[in-house]
Design a protein around this ligand. Structure first.
Ligand SMILES: Cc1cc2nc3c(=O)[nH]c(=O)nc-3n(C[C@H](O)[C@H](O)[C@H](O)COP(=O)(O)OP(=O)(O)OC[C@H]3O[C@@H](n4cnc5c(N)ncnc54)[C@H](O)[C@@H]3O)c2cc1C
Length: 426
């Protein structure tokens, strides 16, 4: 029997899992191709929710999607593993061994053959080599980081409750991640205070540091100003034009010599591709290590390799690394690849900006949509913006689960409110 066309997708995030699911349901199901998804973890999470997992205001066991389960329902295969290199001539990728925290090797290094390779390995925060950041700061780039942050946050909160002390947290990066995290941590304290050992809740002193002149630079100025006002109202100290020059075990140093003391230090600024892109041989990369692609999302050097989402850089028409762009690129490839496999040319990707939404916990939110009329800062605000923010997650969940399981998942989340505390306490 002739060998089926092999599509290997590396990275099951916003873009990769959507593509694997759609291709699985089309050419995987019909038997025209063999679709394999590879990811370094075993479950998918909606990355724009990581700050909620970090604060403990969302229960990630409800929001994880098992790759193995998704694969078995949508006609693709899943292999756990971290891409460690590739041989473009032999059309193989190398997966690093899967190792237990105890050091036990569960799976040895493996090679996977492909006819078409899609790289969707996302991005991480960029510390730009700032001294002390790698050693002394926490990141929230993935679920492991977010859970690790939450463990530290709960421990420090308990200490502050027990000793009636103030807890100092400093967050670097006034983009959506840092801004939303600051608000979510406040919400976590508000909720945790309902279970306060009969003690007065401690003071949470959060400082948000942004190198640029305003927070949320991707939004209109009025939204930045309104969000800063809202954060200050709940007690977050926002410092703009604050360039961090270093970090140590006690806080951050700013370029102007100011020290910002902090027990917990979070780096949520900048975006760069995972370092592994530099091990892929002689490929053209952007300054932040993203793989340079043509408008068809094929690498500039190789017709058989595609990159999409945060790890891709479309030199002709760059798009910001957002979940919206990642999803649209996945949908584009899901539409075009089946015909391309049959020898037809690929269509160029075109980004359609549908706007942006940001939510500050339960406190406030803003949404901007292109083509609308400017209302002092956005087209939507308050509860409607927060609902749209939530809807984006539900839309993603329905797309991956289908209508029935999507509805069941909403029901489970709703019922969960009657069973568990609304903030993680253990
Ligand atoms: C806290 C936070 C809030 C955000 N909020 C928003 C928002 O409100 N709106 C918005 O549009 N965007 C938001 N973003 C950005 C958005 O999450 C990303 O743009 C989007 O997730 C990119 O999708 P992706 O598929 O490229 O990568 P990801 O979703 O990050 O997926 C990458 C996948 O690759 C896997 N992987 C990584 N390295 C390897 C490797 N070497 N081998 C194998 N697998 C690997 C990872 O495990 C992961 O599953 C937010 C990001 C964060 C961190």
């Amino acid at each position: 029997m002739a060998q089926k066309f092999r599509v290997v997708i590396v990275g099951g995030g916003v873009a990769g899992l959507a593509l694997a699911t759609r291709l699985g349901d089309s050419i995987g199901k019909s038997g025209r191709a063999e679709i394999t998804l590879v990811d370094k973890s075993f479950a998918h999470v909606w990355k724009p929710m990581l700050h909620c997992f970090a604060a403990g205001t969302a229960a990630n066991e409800n929001d994880r999607i098992s790759f193995l389960s998704q694969a078995s329902r949508h006609h693709f295969e899943f292999w756990p593993g971290e891409i460690a290199g590739m041989d473009r001539k032999a059309k193989t990728i190398t997966l690093a061994p899967v190792v237990e925290p105890t050091g036990e090797v569960i799976l040895d290094e493996r090679k996977l053959e492909y006819d078409a390779l899609v790289l969707s390995i996302g991005s991480r925060a960029n510390d730009f080599g700032t001294p002390g950041v790698a050693e002394h700061c926490l990141f929230i780039d993935n679920l492991v980081d977010a859970n690790g942050f939450n463990d530290r946050f709960r421990a420090e909160l308990l200490k502050a409750f027990g000793n009636n002390e103030q807890l100092d947290i400093a967050i670097v990066g006034g983009g959506a991640t840092g801004t939303q995290l600051a608000a979510e941590l406040h919400k976590a304290l508000d909720l945790a205070s309902l279970y306060s050992f009969g003690k007065k809740p401690p003071k949470l002193n959060i400082t948000l540091l942004e190198a640029g002149p305003r927070i949320l630079p991707a939004f209109p100025e009025a939204v930045s100003a309104a969000a800063q006002k809202e954060l200050e109202k709940i007690g977050v100290s926002v410092k703009t034009s604050a360039m961090v020059s270093g970090a140590d075990g006690k806080g951050f140093m700013l370029k102007d010599g100011t020290r910002i003391p902090a027990t917990l230090r979070v780096w949520a600024a900048g975006v760069k591709a995972p370092d592994v892109t530099r091990k892929f041989g002689d490929l053209k990369l952007s300054r932040s290590g993203q793989l340079e692609v043509r408008p068809t999302l094929q690498l500039v050097e190789d017709d058989s390799i595609f990159a999409m989402g945060d790890c891709a850089f479309i030199a002709d028409k760059p798009v910001a690394p957002t979940a919206q762009a990642a999803r649209q690129q996945a949908h584009h490839l899901a539409r075009c690849m089946p015909a391309w496999i049959n020898g037809r040319p690929l269509k160029p990707f075109a980004f359609h900006n549908k706007g942006a939404v940001v939510a500050l916990g339960d406190y406030n939110g803003w949404g901007t949509f292109p083509g609308g009329k400017v209302f002092g800062g956005g087209w939507l605000r308050g509860i409607s913006a927060r609902m749209v923010h939530l809807m984006l997650y539900r839309q993603h969940q329905f797309e991956l689960y289908g209508t029935f399981r999507g509805l069941m998942s909403c029901l489970v989340d709703w019922l969960d409110v009657f069973v568990r505390p609304s903030v993680r306490l253990d």
